[in-house]
Design a protein around this ligand. Structure first.
Ligand code: ZN
Ligand code: FE
Length: 237
């Protein structure tokens, strides 16, 4: 059965996602219950589960309300700060939701228990606040070296893998990339293309791992030290 991934803008610049196969679905980072419920109703879908990448409330906000209203299970990292988790996934642990096989990848840096969800049969990955398109999350709990390794781990996925991240920060990230490497023609083209998409109100997601290798200065950083310098510069940008 074919799998559909629907992008659900929420809370300003967050993205929640609905993944459906047949008439069942799961949601990733359901920041806002109403946004997810509306999408389920429009499509006549039953919610099996919600998947949470990390404990920040802009990603988890809709989880408990959806659990109460639909009876769906809640899947996420092993972390005491996440309440109401029915199934905690460890690094490399797999599960199947709505008939879709999922592998959890522990990618610390933004938070210490942050997971990415790799849909191995769909060539898709949900990266939360670890990898953004042309960017990465802030280092709230991890070290630069952890985040650098986490990005490289995501970068090791098949280049055709589509990247679904937690926020629409792409245009700002592309602007930073252009400031870092003013002569990079590809960065300039990418900034223009993303600017057009955003001006038309279209989301920039999904990206691909192949494009990130070309357009993400954080993934391209050759060492943890180089990464740390870029991350510090972005914090001040
Ligand atoms: Zn976050
Ligand atoms: Fe976030």
């Amino acid at each position: 059965m074919s799998v559909d991934i629907t992008v659900l803008p929420a809370l300003g610049d967050n993205y929640a996602y609905l993944v459906s196969s047949g008439n069942t679905a799961f949601a990733v980072d359901p920041s806002d219950e109403r946004v997810v419920r509306r999408a389920l109703e429009e499509r006549g879908l039953r919610l099996d589960a919600v998947l949470l990448t990390h404990h920040h409330s802009d990603h988890t906000g809709g989880a408990q309300p959806l659990n109460r209203s639909t009876g769906c299970s809640v899947i996420g990292p092993r972390d005491r700060r996440l309440r109401g988790i029915d199934r905690a996934l460890a690094d490399n642990e797999t599960c199947e939701v709505a008939g879709v096989p999922i592998t959890a990848l522990l990618v610390p840096g933004h938070t210490r228990s942050h997971l990415a969800f790799h849909l191995t049969t769909e060539q898709a990955v949900f990266t939360g606040d670890t990898m953004f398109l042309s960017g990465c999350g802030r280092l709230f709990e991890g070290t630069a070296e952890q985040m650098w390794r986490s990005l490289r781990r995501l970068g090791d996925l098949d280049p055709a893998t589509r990247v679904y991240c937690g926020h629409e920060y792409t245009e700002e990230n592309c602007r930073f990339a252009c400031a870092v490497e003013p002569g990079n023609v590809l960065f300039g083209e990418r900034l223009r293309a993303v600017g057009e998409m955003r001006a038309d109100g279209r989301p920039s997601v999904p990206g691909t791992i192949a494009v990130e290798h070309q357009a993400n200065v954080f993934l391209r950083a050759s060492s943890p030290e180089a990464f740390a310098r870029l991350r510090a510069a972005k914090d001040r940008f």
